[in-house]
Design a protein around this ligand. Structure first.
Ligand SMILES: *[C@@H]1O[C@H](CO)[C@@H](O)[C@H](O)[C@H]1NC(C)=O
Ligand SMILES: *[C@@H]1O[C@H](CO)[C@@H](O)[C@H](O)[C@H]1NC(C)=O
Ligand SMILES: *[C@@H]1O[C@H](CO)[C@@H](O)[C@H](O)[C@H]1NC(C)=O
Length: 243
């Protein structure tokens, strides 16, 4: 019986070990030399239930720190100078160097998907993924960052992942490319909701539609109760073992 506690606590440590978030490699705005936004609107409806995945399509893929920073700046230029937006449109941008670049961040309204900008975090994988998927470094970075949003309380534990094309009427955009789509649609919290593009009832919003649909399609995470039960089972298995 005496030996059971050290073993149990070792196992606990292993179970609670690093979340994916701890593996994230993050570059803040100062780190990539972002320009100031021309205006800021704070998000007010957090924690969110949705992530929306994008690709940049143009400019092209980047695999090292120098070219990825160049890409982030190009995208900020396009959005801020050419489009006249307040700032780079995405909340975060990810390169195939495996780094996450801060766009508008966790606290500011972005401009990534009309109708979703107050209710979903937009993550853009930089590159053209119409055929090939993003590389493992980029995909791992996205997953880590998704995990960070939950760990830091910006996103609910029973969140959903959709893509830019699903957030808009059918045919609006092919973003994030079939290459990205074919990978992301196998992730556990992916939801196949598609914006119908038809007028909404007075009592509906895009968000309520999506929440309803995804709540039925994607099972709730096993968080609290399963977590507790796992520990009870683990403890008794060890107890039996040590007797
Ligand atoms: C937005 O949030 C920042 C802190 O995150 C705060 O300093 C600022 O006053 C807020 N702006 C508005 C308009 O509420
Ligand atoms: C992407 O996939 C859809 C079918 O899911 C297809 O209609 C479309 O042509 C594909 N786009 C490209 C660029 O391959
Ligand atoms: C919204 O109203 C329609 C009728 O117009 C009704 O069928 C539907 O159940 C309502 N949805 C909600 C979420 O209340």
């Amino acid at each position: 019986m005496k030996t059971i506690w050290p073993i149990y606590s070792l196992l606990l440590t292993a179970i609670n070990a690093q979340s994916l978030c701890d593996k994230a490699s993050f570059v803040d705005r100062a780190g990539w030399g972002g320009r100031e936004p021309t205006s800021i609107t704070n998000l007010t409806r957090k924690p969110f239930s949705f992530y929306v995945i994008h690709h940049s399509y143009d400019p092209p893929n980047c695999y090292d720190d120098t070219s990825c920073i160049e890409r982030v700046k190009q995208i900020q230029d396009l959005h801020q100078t050419t489009f006249g937006w307040a700032d780079v449109g995405y909340h975060f941008l990810v390169g195939e160097n495996g780094k996450v670049y801060e766009g508008r961040g966790w606290n500011r309204q972005a401009a990534h998907s009309p109708g979703w900008n107050d209710d979903a975090f937009g993550i853009c994988i930089m590159g053209d993924f119409r055929t090939a998927p993003p590389n493992e470094k980029a995909l791992n970075a996205v997953r880590s960052w998704i995990d960070c949003g939950i760990k830091h309380g910006h996103v609910k534990e029973d969140y959903y992942i959709i893509t830019h094309r699903q957030s808009q009427r059918p045919g609006y955009t092919e973003c994030p490319g079939n290459g990205t789509m074919d990978v992301v649609n196998k992730w556990p919290r992916y939801c196949s909701f598609q914006n119908p593009g038809t007028p909404l009832d007075a009592n509906e919003t895009l968000l309520s539609l999506a929440n309803n649909f995804c709540g039925k399609e994607v099972p709730s995470p096993s968080s609290a109760s399963t977590y507790f039960i796992t520990h009870v089972i683990l403890f008794f298995l060890l107890l039996i073992y040590s007797l």
